[in-house]
Design a protein around this ligand. Sequence first.
Ligand code: BYC
Length: 474
Amino acid sequence: MTAVLSNDKIPNNVDLSSDKRLQRALEQWLPNYLDWWKQVGPEGYQEKDVYLRTAISVDTDGWAHFDYVKMPDYRWGIFLTPAEADKKIGFGDSYGQPVWNEVPGEFRNMLRRIIVTQGDTEPASVEQQRLLGATAPSLYDMRNLFQVNVEEGRHLWAMVYLLHSYFGKDGREEAEGLLERRSGDSDKPRILGAFNQPIKNWVDFYFFTMFTDRDGKYQLYALSESGFDPLARTTKFMLTEEAHHMFVGETGIDRMVARTAELMKNGPDQQSVRKQGGIDIPTLQKYLNLWFSLSEDLFGGEISSNAADFFAAGLKGRYKEDKYEDHKALEGQYRMSVIEEGKLVEKDIPLRTAMNEVLRDNYVEDCQRAVDKWNRTLERAGADASLRFRLPNRRFHRHQGIYAGHSFDIDGNMISAEEFEKKKHQWLPSPSDIAYIESLMVPVHEPGKIAGWIAPPTRGINGQPFEFEYVRGA
Ligand code: BYC
């Protein structure tokens, strides 16, 4: 296994040319992928030179190479982190046994389902974001959008490689299915809820990359523990790319907050922020509530026999499984609030069935860290202490798991469906909030210029200044 990528039609470090059958199958899939990209990938800008990062080796230091590339010429390929000698399964019933390099027959369906679900999110996000280029607030942001898009395309390749290599005919059919479903389509929707939500504007985009891509981080970490080693190694490499996507979201929100704080110096009330063309804090909080709650749903139910089965089988572990002592998790309990006879009561749940909630805990903690950072931006700018962000309670606005079908306020108190309906626009973007945000979405495509509702970044990409022409001739 080499760290440097081959120069084949499909760049790879899996010695693809030695497996003619697989190479042919993937080369047949390639034009279908490109058709999909042209049909529902980023609209416009396909012929423009974009300053993109491309993988040229999977070494931890220095796989990233920056240059101008036209998006359809991006080197989509198959990159796995190098195999480790004598690697053992790190959790579940097969704990301590050698990792698998072939699919164990008894877990085949489970594994295929995990890979298809993961794979389905990648093209979905590209579809969701396809119209944003035309209203980019700066060339820097436009370039970041396209970087995220091409890498999500590559993550699709990563899952398709696994399907084609290890799952025979049904794997090939699933790979076709990944190009056939469409985000938001009523007949052929994407599999998971948040990936059918429209991303209508750049505020949605930053909150999506902050919160939804961060679900990706935790799911990929859990899969990088997998006893099925090809899945572990491919997801480990995906995580290096994912970090940039979350950076785009977290800093994008921080830059909106910084701009709002600056505008508040001219007039602290939130109406005046809007009058000056900025995004007031309560509106940003509503977008936070929306995307945080949609993304929490992506962890699945709080009590899940699927999650217990995935863990028992050694297919999907916990975030940084190493830091746990008991890798079988047969004994432990997890205390959570469940609903019984219309009331919230505390209950102990066997740990294995609570694995989705364990992962969600890690996620919520990470989200809180980002919220604290945005609040520090407000504090530094001298914003009134009443203007701070917070995460909603995790029961708020849920559509999966034990809280779905019930209504909760932002603090997690159970309320009636009527009350929720009455108050929902205090918590979630209202049609008039959305109309206001959309009125701000005018393109600023001149190098060094930026829209009035967001601050420029503190530094550019790869040591280039903000003024750099990140997309030529946009
Ligand atoms: N929407 O036992 P349950 C990323 C279904 S993001 C719709 O509660 P489970 C990225 C579930 O399928 C990371 N349906 O949940 C980010 C099941 O269906 P069936 C993507 C949902 O199975 C940004 C039923 O409800 N990776 O990479 O333990 C840009 C009961 O399920 C949802 C993965 O998700 C939902 N939100 O956990 C680009 C990793 N949630 O059996 C990319 C792979 C649950 O009744 N996936 N259901 O038909 C998994 O590990 C699990 O499937 C889930 C669900 C964590 C998603």
